[in-house]
Design a protein around this ligand. Structure first.
Ligand SMILES: NC(=O)c1ccc[n+]([C@@H]2O[C@H](COP(=O)([O-])OP(=O)(O)OC[C@H]3O[C@@H](n4cnc5c(N)ncnc54)[C@H](O)[C@@H]3O)[C@@H](O)[C@H]2O)c1
Length: 345
């Protein structure tokens, strides 16, 4: 395909309106022609900002023959049904993370994409974020040798009220599916091998989590072959003054060195290697790079639709991230380690 890819955005909430919609202005090979939300005020606002036509029923977007692809920014529990419907209508699909709420739904999405011969990409934006691609590049270059241990934290105060879908275990999946899936994808990407065992502890700290009976704070541990370990703290339960951005840290230990960064401590990425000790400064970007990451993610999807690139993250990769997040949730609920074999495809 050499022509401009015409896109319909479905879901004009936080991420649809703030990150996806504005990104199209930076991608000359794509045009945002339709925007849709059941909340008419939101659809109109994004339509005004982008020049796209507003819709309030996504079926009308799917029915348009001149739309090549849809960008799905709906609540998580709608990802699978709308993706499958769109693929069957012949649309290419970019869908926000997490891929779905269950593995059955994820498998139905993969099957629908295969049968329709259309691109299905899940928006694991970390894979397009210069902060995390810099780290991946360092790993591939062997800067810290063979990776043996990763320590990660993603912490925030979830700003939404108790009746928001985010809190509901079957709608948003709680902390494990919503934030945990970012972490499990990062671990899968960095270790680049099949995991062995998943173990997690889940907590219900805030009243919203207790009322919804979902977890808002957790610790998880994933083991990989040869005894390699990844550990993470994920939380929505940090105090409100921590703001909306995530307080993240990442530390990787390899056979030849150590790589560490922390988002909000204003620390640049530091690479300690076994030759020079501390390698400073390494140019590094912080949370403000996120918008840029969404542009890179969507531009990559458009390039794949145009036949100019191969998917950097396959639907099977996204399924693995989801399977690990679901395994962590199961481990926390049942208070037992979960073997990868229980959730592997
Ligand atoms: N990649 C990231 O870093 C990141 C960040 C935030 C959210 N997300 C993901 O993006 C998705 C959306 O999150 P959000 O925070 O934007 O949620 P949101 O609730 O703010 O937005 C969802 C929008 O979908 C609309 N909607 C609901 N049902 C609809 C339907 N049937 N048809 C059309 N519109 C409908 C809602 O009115 C709402 O405006 C979630 O899956 C979330 O996990 C990803």
């Amino acid at each position: 395909m050499t022509s401009i890819v015409r896109v319909g955005l479905i879901g004009c909430g936080n991420i649809g309106a703030r990150a996806h919609a504005p990104a199209y202005a930076h991608i000359p090979s794509a045009q945002l022609v339709a925007v849709c939300d059941v909340n008419t005020t939101r659809a109109h606002a994004v339509a005004r900002a982008t020049g796209a036509t507003p819709y309030f029923d996504y079926h009308e977007v799917l029915a348009r023959d001149d739309i090549d692809a849809v960008d799905i920014c709906l609540p998580t529990y709608l990802h699978a049904a709308v993706s499958v419907e769109a693929l069957r209508q012949g649309k290419h699909v970019l869908c926000e993370k997490p891929m779905a709420v269950t593995l059955e739904e994820a498998d139905a999405m993969i099957t629908a994409a295969r049968e329709a011969n259309r691109v299905l990409m899940i928006g694991h934006v970390r894979r397009f974020d210069p902060r995390y691609t810099t780290v991946k590049h360092a790993l591939v270059q062997g800067e810290i040798g063979h990776l043996v241990h990763v320590r990660r934290a993603e912490r925030q105060h979830l700003p939404f009220p108790g009746d928001a879908w985010y809190w509901h275990p079957h709608a948003g999946g709680g902390i494990f599916l919503d934030i945990g899936v970012h972490v499990t994808d990062l671990f899968h990407w960095y270790f680049a091998t099949e995991p062995e065992t998943i173990f997690a502890l889940g907590r219900q700290i805030r009243p919203e989590a207790q009322a919804a009976r979902s977890f808002d704070h957790a610790v998880l541990l994933i083991t990989f072959p040869d005894g390699r370990i990844a550990q993470a703290e994920i939380s929505w339960a940090y105090p409100p003054h921590f703001g909306r951005s995530q307080y993240a840290l990442l530390e990787l230990i390899g056979t030849q060195g150590r790589l560490v960064y922390s988002d909000r401590d204003a620390a640049p990425m530091l690479v300690y290697d076994s030759n020079d000790g501390l390698d400073l400064p390494t140019y590094f970007r912080f949370m403000s790079a996120l918008e840029e990451a969404f542009v890179a993610e969507i531009a990559h999807f458009i390039a794949v639709v145009r036949g100019e690139a191969e998917l950097l993250i396959t639907p099977e990769d996204a399924r693995t991230a989801l399977a690990l997040a679901i395994a962590a949730e199961t481990s926390a609920r049942e208070q037992r380690p979960v073997s990868w074999q229980e959730v592997a495809p």
